[in-house]
Design a protein around this ligand. Structure first.
Ligand code: HEC
Ligand code: HEC
Ligand code: HEC
Length: 391
């Protein structure tokens, strides 16, 4: 019974809805027609107008580029004195506003001049927009330009060798445990080329006791090791490039063994490679050791290692104002470059990591490396100042 009644009910309701539905459908159809008319009508004209406007912009930009920029950035944007601008990675990573600002204000202390009339240059904002439109029009066809590869360094290879390989292959590759070949053996190395060695190191021979290093070491580290083997093949003696962190570690270890002599020796090695504030701090630690304050020396050394390389924030503030403020803001508040003030990124990085980042830059972005413009000490000074900004 109740099922029957239910059916009747729903039957009645269905009839009520269908008239409403018809009206709704009619309205929807009308809207569709209106939309279709709209789509067929206006926008193509608007799009065409926009396209010809941007085509005009690109053409004007092209003429400006040829007269003002090609001498440094290459006739086709392929680069020359200035970096390649027809570079997909850079174009993809750089929004129009940033190109606009950089072209307006230039890059301080480089050959890249300021172009805006506001900074004494020859171009109006309108001109600069034309140039940005031109650069943008290159994006679709620009080649991917890979950042310059770093050169493999056998001296870095010796450090890795000492910490990772010498255990089995002997100090300086002279041969160690039974069944493990000596690697510092020119006749043996002659038999195979660098590619062969790269692949043996990366893949290892796990069944025969040679670990697989490809999963542990970076390709650059393996290249350093191959460069070391290659130097040994030529009978060259490679001096280890002790990193400062290693020397400080060794000095700390020596102190923990009450071996003051050895600690002083490590520190004097570190001193040979230091100047300015770094050298000053190292001398203070040496003085602590010679005056018998070993615990104090351990404390200062540990702090120094944590913050290596040390910098002078006041000197850093001055260098920052000249080299970095135009992009990162006078107080690190950000601009073309990211904010460096109260930055999680800065706080998550060690001083050594930040120095390396500033030396190498971020390939494919406007953050160029400063290794060729600033010394390590100057960069350490900037980092010390940027650290103060976090407070
Ligand atoms: C006298 C040489 C010179 C001229 C002329 C010149 N530039 Fe540059 N430009 C450079 C140099 C050098 C750099 C790299 C600066 C640096 O080291 O960060 C650069 C950087 C740039 C950058 C940032 C790109 C990047 O990847 O770092 C843009 C964009 C740029 N120039 C656009 C232009 C435009 C547009 C013109 C013409 C209006 C122009 N430049 C004219 C030398 C020049
Ligand atoms: C745990 C011990 C061990 C460590 C650590 C080790 N190796 Fe080996 N390695 C071996 C053994 C064992 C062989 C010989 C494998 C065989 O007989 O085929 C070998 C072979 C090699 C060979 C081939 C030599 C030849 O002439 O056939 C190279 C190259 C090599 N190791 C490089 C390295 C490098 C570089 C490191 C450090 C990143 C390293 N090894 C670390 C044990 C080790
Ligand atoms: C031409 C503009 C420009 C100049 C000059 C410049 N930077 Fe940058 N910097 C950038 C840009 C753009 C980025 C962001 C790159 C990216 O997209 O990852 C950046 C990123 C950074 C970062 C990483 C920040 C983060 O949160 O990822 C640090 C640190 C930095 N710059 C420090 C410096 C220092 C120090 C100087 C001066 C020695 C400097 N920059 C000069 C444009 C610049």
């Amino acid at each position: 019974m109740s099922t029957n009644g239910f059916k009747l009910d729903s039957g009645e309701k269905r009839e009520d809805y269908s008239s409403l539905l018809a009206v709704g459908l009619g309205l929807a159809l009308l809207m569709l027609i209106a939309l279709a008319v709209y789509w067929i009508g206006d926008p193509p004209r608007l799009q065409a107008a926009a396209a010809s406007l941007s085509q005009e912009r690109i053409e004007r930009g092209d003429a400006l580029y040829a007269s003002q920029c090609a001498s440094c950035h290459g006739l086709e944007g392929e680069g020359g004195l200035g970096p390649a601008l027809k570079n997909r990675t850079v174009l993809k990573n750089t929004p129009d506003e940033i190109f606009f600002s950089v072209i307006r204000s230039g890059v301080p202390n480089t050959q890249m001049p300021s172009w805006s009339v506001d900074f004494g240059g020859p171009l109006t904002d309108e001109d600069i927009q034309d140039l940005v439109a031109l650069l943008r029009s290159w994006e679709a066809t620009a080649p991917e330009i890979l950042p310059q590869q770093r050169q493999p360094d056998p001296a870095q290879g010796t450090l890795l060798f000492a910490s990772t390989c010498a255990l089995c292959h002997g100090e300086n590759g002279s041969g160690g445990s039974p069944g493990v070949p000596a690697l510092n053996a020119p006749e043996r190395l002659e038999k195979f080329d660098d590619d062969w060695y790269r692949s043996v190191i990366a893949n290892g021979r796990p069944a025969r006791g040679m670990p697989t290093w490809g999963t542990v070491l970076s390709p650059a580290q393996i290249d350093d090791l191959v460069a070391l083997l290659s130097a040994w093949r030529d009978g060259r003696e490679i001096q280890p490039a002790y990193s400062m962190a290693d020397l400080l570690d060794q000095a700390l270890f020596a102190l923990s063994e009450n071996d003051n002599e050895s600690a002083l020796l490590r520190l004097s090695r570190a001193l040979e490679a230091s100047t300015g504030r770094q050298a000053e701090l190292l001398r203070e630690i040496q003085a602590q050791i010679t005056s018998g304050d070993a615990p104090g020396a351990v404390q200062s050394l540990a702090a120094l290692k944590e913050n290596w390389p040390p910098g002078d924030p006041q000197a850093g503030a001055q260098i920052y104002a000249v080299q970095c403020a135009s992009c990162h803001g006078p107080q690190g508040e950000g601009g073309i470059g990211k904010a460096l003030q109260a930055s999680n990124f800065i706080q998550s990085q060690s001083t050594a990591e930040l120095v390396t980042l500033i030396q190498e830059g971020r390939p494919g972005t406007l953050m160029a490396g400063f290794a060729d413009r600033l010394s390590e000490q100057e960069i350490a000074d900037i980092v010390a100042w940027v650290r103060e900004l976090q407070k």
